[in-house]
Design a protein around this ligand. Structure first.
Ligand SMILES: Nc1ncnc2c1ncn2[C@@H]1O[C@H](COP(=O)(O)OP(=O)(O)O)[C@@H](O)[C@H]1O
Ligand SMILES: [Mg+2]
Length: 215
C-alpha cells in the first residue's frame, strides 16, 4: 500500500502522476478522468475496456513495458523508465509505481514539450540507437513516442516513458501487425519528434557515427 503525495502532472489524457509519501525516488500513475469524451469525463478504465478492448490499463502498460524492456540492451536500460509494479493506494485506487526521473539539477525531469535547455547531439544519437536497435530490430511498437513521452534527464540523455499505447488500440488496423508497417509507423513517430524540435531528420542519417557525441 502506498499513500499519494503531491501531483506531478495531469497533462496525460487518462492519468495523473503523483509523488509517493515517504518515497522520494518513485512516483505513481493513477488513472483519472481528465479527457472529455462524448459530453463527459468518463472513467478511463471503462473507455479502455469498451473502445480498445483493454481490461486493465495499468496491467497493460506494465506488460507492454516488460515486453519492450526485454529487448533493450543493457547499455540503453537507463534510457527507459523503470516500472516496479502495481500497488493499491490508501485512497482506494490502483497505481503503477515507477522511478521518478530527475534531471542533473535534481529537479523532476521535464518532457520534451516543456524542456527549454539546449540538447546535445548525444541526445539524438541515443534516440536513434533506441529506434534502430530496439524498435526496428525487433519490429516493436511503442507508438506513444512523442515529445511529451520523452524526458530530459540530461541534455545528452533521454528517458522514454508511457507504455500505454500499443497495437491493441489499433486492432481494427490489421496492417499494424505486419513488421514492415510497425517499423514505418515507429519511424514516423520519431520523425515527428525531430520535426517538432526543429532538428534534422536523424532517421535519414545512414551511419550513427555521423551524429557527433560531444559535450
Ligand atoms: N517517471 C516519471 N518521472 C518524472 N515525470 C514523469 C514520470 N512519468 C510521467 N511523468 C510526467 O507526467 C507526464 C504524463 O505521464 P504519462 O506516463 O505520459 O501519462 P499518460 O499516459 O497519461 O500520458 C509526462 O509527460 C511527464 O512530464
Ligand atoms: Mg503520456
Amino acid at each position: 500500500m502506498i499513500t499519494l503525495h503531491s501531483e506531478i502532472s495531469t497533462i496525460g489524457g487518462w492519468s495523473t502522476i503523483y509523488r509517493i509519501k515517504g518515497n522520494p525516488t518513485r512516483c505513481a500513475k493513477v488513472l483519472a478522468p481528465h479527457r472529455a469524451y462524448r459530453n463527459g469525463f468518463p472513467d478511463p478504465a471503462m473507455i479502455a475496456r469498451k473502445k480498445y478492448g483493454i481490461k486493465d490499463m495499468l496491467k497493460y502498460e506494465l506488460d507492454n513495458h516488460r515486453k519492450i524492456l526485454a529487448k533493450v540492451p543493457q547499455k540503453m536500460r537507463n534510457n527507459f523508465v523503470t516500472i516496479h509494479g502495481i500497488k493499491n493506494t490508501s485512497s482506494g485506487d490502483r497505481a503503477l509505481v515507477m522511478d521518478l526521473v530527475t534531471d542533473d539539477t535534481g529537479k523532476i525531469a521535464k518532457n520534451l514539450d516543456a524542456n527549454t535547455r539546449p540538447l546535445n547531439p548525444g541526445f539524438f544519437l541515443t534516440l536513434e540507437r533506441i529506434r534502430r536497435e530496439v524498435f526496428l530490430r525487433h519490429s516493436l511498437d511503442h507508438f506513444g513516442i512523442a515529445c511529451r513521452n520523452i524526458l530530459v534527464r540530461t541534455p545528452k540523455s533521454p528517458v522514454i516513458i508511457d507504455f500505454q499505447n500499443t497495437r491493441i488500440r489499433y486492432r481494427g488496423q490489421f496492417w499494424l501487425r505486419i513488421p514492415y508497417f510497425v517499423r514505418q509507423k515507429v519511424t514516423r513517430k520519431f520523425q515527428r519528434v525531430y520535426n517538432d524540435l526543429g532538428v534534422p531528420d536523424f532517421t535519414k542519417v545512414k551511419s550513427l557515427q555521423k551524429i557527433p557525441n560531444r559535450d
